[in-house]
Ligand binder design. Structure first.
Ligand code: PLP
Length: 358
């Protein structure tokens, strides 16, 4: 019998979070960002669950777009990293994939290929990862006007560096740079807003927003949890208690003897570890829950298991399901205890953990 460790996925909560994103976005339409296997939730199931409401999807690469098509979904799919080889342009044309072209060599491929995919241009407004500088845009657009494929340009995309920090002025600066850069072409569409941008008061989201983490209930805003922003957790990561025991005062638990009992303590071992994607950096006091009661991790996370203090859950017995994150313990809380963000935890759950859909 397989161990009962699993990530339970609530697709209704995902749909409600998508609706929240569209309500905040107002007139902007929301392309659902489902890259990285739907942020670890299973790209085919996530995309299918949103198929009757999302007019477009966004992924990082062409394999992810093909996974959505394999699920029988017809909507256009934006490729946020553009294309990786000239022949990808033919796949984009046939597959109705919309690459976001960001570099000189991608433009040359488009000019030379004779292919006619719909596409976007990425503008570097200060993130300095990908995209054309605003001062390069007129020359780029002149080239697009000369090439047949240029007629398929849908619009302009940019990405914010600091939108998660509501005190940062960087988002306003990037927005102003973006608006000035593209103002000569008002008929073309604009897309800038990741999840965090939805929570910045007065932030324009233009024609298309691009919500990712908020669809899955993770917080895009530093210092706030998903539920505090009106988002519902979608993944509940659960694993069974496989043993309970009393460690005596002075005894240690796990590798490195990193946690030592100050008094006799009833503890349990849970069948999940860093090989399942649970973060090894989550130390003593990281929250978990059993039977709706909050408990805490003790000692170091091992490859296949971790230890919990059951003092707060005296009725817990072997076989009970421990929630590592979900509705009782937020993924943002665990992320913060592990010195990371919910994105990394959700996308890091490994294939050993089955996804089960509710
Ligand atoms: C270009 C781009 N747009 C949108 C998103 C979605 O971001 P978030 O998950 O913060 O909403 C990402 C995510 O990394 C991205 O790279």
């Amino acid at each position: 019998m397989p161990r009962s460790t699993a990530a339970y996925i609530d697709l209704d909560a995902l749909r409600r979070n998508y609706r929240t994103a569209t309500e905040i976005a107002g007139n902007a339409r929301a392309m659902a960002v489902v890259k990285a296997d739907g942020y670890g939730h299973g790209i085919a199931r996530v995309a299918s669950a949103l198929a009757d409401v999302a007019p477009k999807y966004a992924v990082a690469c062409i394999e992810e777009a093909e996974a959505i098509r394999a699920a029988g979904i017809a909507q256009p799919i934006v490729l946020l990293q553009g294309v990786h080889a000239p022949e990808d342009l033919a796949d984009c044309e046939h597959g109705n994939f919309e690459p976001v072209l960001h570099s000189e060599h991608q433009l040359e491929w488009l000019e030379q290929s004779g292919r006619m995919p719909w596409f976007w241009l990425k503008i570097n407004t200060g993130m300095n990862r990908l995209g054309f500088r605003p001062e390069e845009l007129h020359a780029v657009m002149a080239r697009m006007e000369k090439c047949a494929a240029g007629s398929r340009l849908l619009g302009f995309v940019s990405h914010f560096a600091c939108a998660d920090d509501t005190n940062s002025s960087m988002t306003a600066t990037q927005t102003a740079v973006f608006e000035a850069a593209v103002s000569t072409w008002p008929a073309l569409m604009k897309s800038v807003g990741n999840s965090a941008a939805h929570f910045i008061s007065g932030q324009p989201l233009f024609d298309w927003s691009r919500p990712g983490i908020m669809l899955y209930g993770g917080s895009p805003v530093v210092g706030k949890t998903g539920p505090e922003l009106g988002l519902e957790p979608v993944m509940s990561l659960e694993a069974p208690l496989i043993t309970t025991r009393v460690v005596r005062a002075g005894e240690s638990v796990g590798y490195g003897g990193a946690w030592v009992a100050e008094r006799d303590t009833r503890m349990g071992m849970v069948a999940i570890g860093y090989a399942d994607g649970y973060p090894r950096h989550a130390g003593t006091d990281t929250p978990a829950a059993v039977g709706g009661r909050r408990i805490r991790l003790i000692g170091r996370v091992s490859m296949d298991m971790l230890a919990v203090d059951l003092d707060n859950a005296p009725e817990a017995v072997e076989g009970d399901a421990v929630e590592l994150w979900g509705r009782t313990v937020g993924v943002d809380e665990v992320a913060s205890c592990a010195g990371t963000i919910s994105y990394e935890l959700l996308t890091g759950i490994t294939n050993r953990v089955p996804r089960k859909y509710r």
